[in-house]
Design a protein around this ligand. Structure first.
Ligand SMILES: [Zn+2]
Ligand SMILES: [Zn+2]
Ligand SMILES: [Zn+2]
Ligand SMILES: [Zn+2]
Ligand SMILES: [Zn+2]
Length: 220
């Protein structure tokens, strides 16, 4: 997820200041997802079927369009329905502004990660749309169309799909598996700096249950 345009300067920044809290949170979720994938041999990614690029690794802390987390969905069923609402299948949705390129947003005083949600072109959030029909419950909009682009591939949310692949399937397609699937695997020194940072990594906490304690979540 880190846009490595100039690797030397990223390396420097990470070594001196550690990654920005938002980037650290995103990378921690991806690391958790990758480690679980390697353990289970089931690799879950979010990407556009039309490109080779993988936009994110999907794991327990990822958000679904329905507003619940991946881990609230029953992965043992073929359609992995949500166990907390009517949602019939997991659909990845970005949960941080950095994931849709809004890096400046968390610096605003009134910004609250607990209430932040990405939006449709109708200006209502994904949680204000029916997870199964994708129609908006507040206006005549009949299908969620993202008013944002994916940070990695510059495509709209609706151009992406969640892929579930076994290790051998990925190998056959020439996609990364094992240690190579870990975030920043191509840049081992940055990976080391990010994940062996002296600051403790961000733990996965359900944000909506911790009211008004964003600071604590980021530091813990
Ligand atoms: Zn769902
Ligand atoms: Zn749900
Ligand atoms: Zn809409
Ligand atoms: Zn709407
Ligand atoms: Zn993408």
């Amino acid at each position: 997820m880190i846009q490595a345009t100039d690797k030397a300067s990223i390396r420097n920044a990470v070594n001196r200041f550690g990654p920005a809290p938002g980037a650290q949170a995103m990378l921690s979720l991806e690391m958790q997802a990758a480690q679980l994938a390697i353990e289970r041999g089931l690799y879950i990614t979010w990407r556009s079927p039309s490109t080779r690029h993988e936009c994110t690794r999907v794991g327990p802390g990822c958000k679904c369009f329905c507003g619940h987390f991946f881990q609230d969905h029953d992965i043992n069923k073929k359609t992995n329905p949500c166990q907390a609402c009517v949602c019939k299948r997991f659909q990845f949705i970005p949960q941080r502004p950095e994931e849709v390129g809004e890096w400046w947003l968390p610096r605003r005083k009134e910004f609250n990660i607990n209430t932040y949600r990405v939006k449709c072109k109708c200006n209502h959030t994904h949680e204000e749309h029916n997870p199964n029909t994708q129609s908006c419950v507040l206006c005549p909009c009949y299908r969620f169309e993202s008013n944002f682009l994916c940070l990695v591939c510059d495509k709209h949310w609706e151009e992406h799909e969640v892929f579930y692949e076994m290790e051998w399937e990925r190998r056959a397609e020439g996609r990364t598996t094992g240690q190579e699937f870990l975030p920043l695997a191509q840049d081992r020194d940055i990976q080391e700096a990010v994940f062996n940072n002296p600051r403790p990594p961000v733990q996965f906490v359900r944000p909506q249950q911790k009211k008004g304690k964003v600071g604590k979540i980021m530091k813990k």
